[in-house]
Ligand binder design. Structure first.
Ligand code: SAM
Length: 504
């Protein structure tokens, strides 16, 4: 191919990539560009189109071809009872609670958003069918939606190979499926009739009216390729579909950007989920017919989470004029604040804690939104055993930044020092929820479980800690202002020693 032809292809491919990202949220950075290129080539061949520009024009002409391309670009990995803790929470906690608090014979509606080939939606149906009272005291329906029409057709067919059952008990598989051949299982009618599947692009600004008034939404493993703004946007729209106090589940790896003021994060013990506050949500438009219509109100503007400020290291000699013990300057600019912060760090390193605290106080009176100043001060106070003051600072940090890992870690450490083990467990679990690879949180969890003789949990947490450390996460412990007093090998040996002890 000539240079000109090559650059034309690249240009058209870029346009196709933008077109798909804008309409469907899928992004194509790095290795995913290759996936896009392969899918485009496959479709070009199927349409007998010889140039990428021609194919781009085809895409722009009609929705049908776009959907066929999308079918090649989406990732469908799924299986029955993926993340089993979520189904246990629904069975043991959420449905019994909803059944109790609703009127006579309530009808629950659950959504699997991004349902792929249907395993998640059917798992929900199988879960609800085993809860006492189903069909008598209350009833339910499950809706599965996905942008991929091919996946929807597979879901509707309800035929599965054994790989889909890798997290499903033999008992459920035998009760709910008919074996048609060695590797082919058909979902039974009683389960199937509880679930309906529809094609839907979650990027549509307005969702159809049959999606209103949901009790539970599963939106797991879908948003990974969406940008932060797009993730927020969909999360907000899904929140709008929930009834007050309805619940939304994400996979344990998709958390950070899913947050809005209408949802509270609930730690149920084994997993987290979001629950909608009792107050109703304003301004999420719902189409009045089952056809999509143009949204009259735009979704609320996305407010990005507060960014961490850059911490610039500056030479010590430049710092002294900024440290004052007199009245704080009422208003410092961002650079001054960063300098003050760095000064505090240097002072701590040279063990001048009183001066460091003065510095942080000066900074906070100039800028009460400087989150790291709260956690830094909490760190110092924790070292001085001033637990109540440290806890208060962490809570303030969390008001400003609900996903502040350091605040959760410090709260856990404070609770542990105070022998409040339940609270400590809760905070370290929150830390893990915010940053699953935070080995320090896992290590503390292991220690507390061991102390409380929860042997199996302790072993699991030591194993996770070891694994994360071996993967090279040592420096990502989550306490950003201090170096670890021990080396990587010390922690690894400690984990090994405790694992052997627990084994015996
Ligand atoms: C990895 S699967 C997740 C399946 C299931 N939720 C689970 O956790 O096992 C992701 C699914 O999201 C779907 N998806 C991606 N973008 C979507 C969009 N804009 N609207 C609806 N579904 C989408 C894909 O087609 C794919 O089937």
């Amino acid at each position: 191919m000539s240079v000109t032809a090559n650059s034309l292809t690249a240009c058209a491919l870029e346009k196709i990539s933008l077109f798909i990202t804008k309409r469907y949220g899928l992004e194509f950075r790095q290795h995913r560009q290759e996936l896009l290129w392969q899918a485009v080539q496959e479709r070009m061949q199927a349409c007998t189109v010889s140039s990428t520009e021609q194919y781009l024009r085809l895409l722009q002409q009609g929705k049908e071809e776009v959907l066929l391309l999308i079918n090649l670009l989406t990732i469908h990995e799924t299986y029955f009872f993926r993340e089993p803790a979520h189904f246990a929470i629904i069975r043991k906690q959420i449905i019994p609670r909803l059944a109790k608090s609703s009127g006579p014979k309530p009808f629950f509606r659950l959504l699997s958003a991004g349902c792929s080939t249907g395993e998640e939606a059917y798992s929900l149906a199988m879960t609800l069918l085993t809860i006492p009272g189903t069909g008598i005291d209350w009833d339910f329906e499950i809706i599965g939606v996905d942008v991929d029409t091919k996946a929807i057709h597979k879901a509707q067919a309800g035929l599965y190979g054994s790989y889909s059952f890798r997290s499903c008990s033999r008992e459920i598989q035998n009760n709910c499926f008919e074996r048609l051949s060695k590797d082919c299982f058909l979902i039974k009618r009683q389960v199937k009739e509880k679930v309906r599947f529809e094609a839907l692009n979650l990027f549509e600004q307005v969702y159809p009216d049959w999606l209103q008034n949901l009790d539970i939404v599963f939106y797991r493993n879908v948003s990974i390729y969406f940008s932060r703004e797009q993730q927020q946007d969909i999360f907000h729209r899904l929140t709008g579909l929930l009834k007050p106090e309805g619940c939304l589940f994400l996979s344990c790896t998709e958390t950070l950007y899913h947050h809005n003021k209408h949802m509270i994060l609930v730690n149920s013990g084994d997993a987290f989920y979001y629950q909608k506050t009792a107050a109703t949500l304003p301004s999420v438009a719902i189409a009045k017919s089952s056809q999509y219509s143009v949204c009259t109100q735009p979704p609320p503007a996305y407010v990005p989470p507060q960014k961490k400020r850059p911490l610039t290291r500056i030479p010590r000699k430049l710092l002294s004029p900024l440290i004052t013990t007199t009245n704080p300057k009422p208003c410092l600019n961002t650079d001054d604040c960063c300098q003050l912060f760095n000064t505090a760090l240097i002072l701590i390193k040279s063990k001048k804690r009183t001066e460091a605290l003065q510095c942080v106080d000066q900074l906070l009176s100039a800028d009460s939104q400087f989150i790291q100043a709260y956690t830094l001060k909490a760190n110092i106070l924790l070292g001085q055993q001033q637990l109540t003051a440290a806890i208060k600072l962490c809570k303030t940090a969390l008001v400003l930044e609900p996903f502040c890992l350091e605040a959760y870690l410090l709260l856990g450490m404070a609770a542990k020092l105070d022998n409040r083990f339940d609270d400590a467990l809760q905070h370290f679990k929150e830390a893990v929820y915010v940053t699953p690879e935070c080995w320090l949180a896992h290590f503390y969890l292991a220690e507390i479980y061991q102390f409380c003789s929860e042997i199996a949990y302790a072993k699991r947490e030591y194993e996770v800690t070891s694994k994360l450390l071996k993967q090279g996460n040592f420096d990502n412990h989550g306490l950003s202002f201090f170096d670890m007093p021990f080396q990587l090998n010390d922690f690894l040996q400690l984990c090994q020693y405790n694992l052997e002890k627990l084994q015996n």
